[in-house]
Structure formats: structure tokens, C-alpha cells
Ligand binder design. Sequence first.
Ligand code: SF4
Length: 353
Amino acid sequence: MNTQQTLEGLSYSALESVLETAGVNPVHAKPVFSAVQRQLVGDDLDTAEGLLPPVQRWLSSERAVPTAGIQLVDETPSADGFTRKYLLRMEDGAEVESVQMGFPGRFTACLSSQVGCAMGCVFCATGQMGFSRNLTAGEMVAQAHHVERELRRTNPGERLRNIVMMGMGEPLHNFEPTMEALGILTDNRGLNIGPARVAISTVGYIPGIQQLARHPKRYSLAVSLHGASDEERGKLIPINKRWPLSELIEACREYSAIKRARVFFAWTLIRGVNDSDDHARRLAELLKGMDAHVNLIPLNATEGFDGQAPDESRVRAFQQMIQDAGLPSTVRQRRGIDVNAGCGQLKAKRVRG
Ligand code: SF4
């Protein structure tokens, strides 16, 4: 496992401690944090503004904390221009994907939290590749930096507004590093992303939901459901056998109560599997009385799963039924499908070249 500390992965207070331990006055944390987290100098620390000689000496010494050193391997824009997928190589050679989505005023970065994933959801390309390792906080922050740098270059004046932890991996299965990364990305001395604009997607890893409910910051929680009974859900999401639906819904109700927050549920619509009127009725029943919102996602094709999306009229009929039962919902726009950057499609492989 790569656990090396990097400048990108140091919170402001951790940076102060590191400087102090190195014999550098911790007041220098301010310009260093700004260089790394706001100016996004990356490996080009020489270009950073405002660094005084003591800290420059430390940065160029062997005792300095290194940068994450991630490299762009490949970049793929979608045909509609709303999505760019980046294949990034970590220092140890592991590769993950990050995605930039959106349009002026509403740019979002979708970040990976693990190399591969241990959850094994049958419809998901990442699940099909298995689990290699957790990403460090610095590796997650560095992905956001890459997306933000690209935004500044291609859309001057724009900046990242939203972060979604929906790339490769189950973020709540890598809880502490994910929280550290989000703490840094929401720091107003850095990229200053509003906590309410951060969404953490989980496939139902209950210990993580319980931890998140007790975490001081309030991020959005998005839970992948896809089935309204253990039997149906277990076929798509193997961890349902370990953490059954009744316990998952209870954990979500508890999260909603403690955080006084709406919980978002994702329901991937698969033709003939979970798209009937009966499914819609049971979904509404399951979430009754909870402050919940359902995102309906017509299935994205992946190589290892041969399910299909329902046609549009079925999607609309399903949505109508749950709305009639009082459950708010949206149908997620199918952005980035042509570059395999849609939900459940991320898998580190070169898609071009
Ligand atoms: S859907 Fe999410 S949790 Fe499931 S295998 Fe894919 S990345 Fe992992």
C-alpha cells in the first residue's frame, strides 16, 4: 500500500506540525499551503509565490515532504464536450480515472478513492477489475488539482464548484484518507469547495455511513440502491449479503436524522430487472417517511455485464410512479457515455492511443 505523505495530502494543521518538526517556523504554513492548494503549483514548487528562504531551503532539502507526483497518461473528451476523462498514474504506477463534468458556473470533479474496488457490483467496470489498494488523501487531492488546473487552462475564470466521490472505489471503505482529502479540498485557504457541494457515493457500506453521520462536516450522502428486496439487490450488489437492505435503510434514516440532511439514492434502471411498476411501488414504500431523493440512472453499458437500459417511456413511467407516491426524483443525464465516463464505467485503461 502506498501511504507516503505528500504535500497535497497535508491539511493546514498537519503542515504546521511538519514544518515545526523540521525546525521551520510554522507561520510558513500559510504560503506553502497557498502554493500547493490554491496556486496549484504541483511539482513546480520553484514557481510558487511568497515562499521565503527558510521554507525554500526546506522544500529543496531531502527532508522535505514530496509532492504526489501524479502524471496524466491519457485524456478523453466526450463528443458533447461536457465531460473529460483523465487517466492518471500515481507515483507507484497505479492508474485511476478522474472526470471533469459540467459547464461554466457548474464544473464538477468526479474523483476516485481506490485503485479498483472490493465491492464487486456486477454492473460496474471498476468492480469487475477487483481491488488493488486504497488511495492516499494526497492522491485524491491531486486528482482534484489536475481537474482544476485543466479548468483554469481551458476555461479562464472558471473553477471547480463541486466534488463527487463517485469514481473508482468505495470511498467509505477508505474512510479516513477520504475525509482528510475532503477536509483539504473544502478548506477556504485552498480550493474552498463548499461542503454541501461535496457528494460521497456509497454502495451501502454501513460502517462508513455510521462514521459519516458522526463526522463533523456535512457532506451529501448518495447511496446506490438498485433493488428493493435483499434478493434483487444481492444479485447486483454482493455486499448486500453482509449488510442487508433493512440495516442499510436504518443507517440512512439515522444519518438523515443526525445530520438533518436529505439522503440521495441512486437507482440504476436495468430493463426487465428493476424497472417495473412493482419495483417503483416497493422503492417508494422502502423510503417512505425519509427525507430522500432518488436519482434514476438508465444503465450504462459495460463490457462485463449484458444488461440494457429501459426505453425512455419506461423510465418516465417509473419516475411518475415514485413521484405520485411522494418521492422526489430526477433522471440523471447520460453525460460522458461515449468515453466510458458514466456512472459504473470507470476502469483504468487507455481509451485512446
Ligand atoms: S459501483 Fe462503486 S462500489 Fe460498486 S464495484 Fe463499482 S466502484 Fe465499487
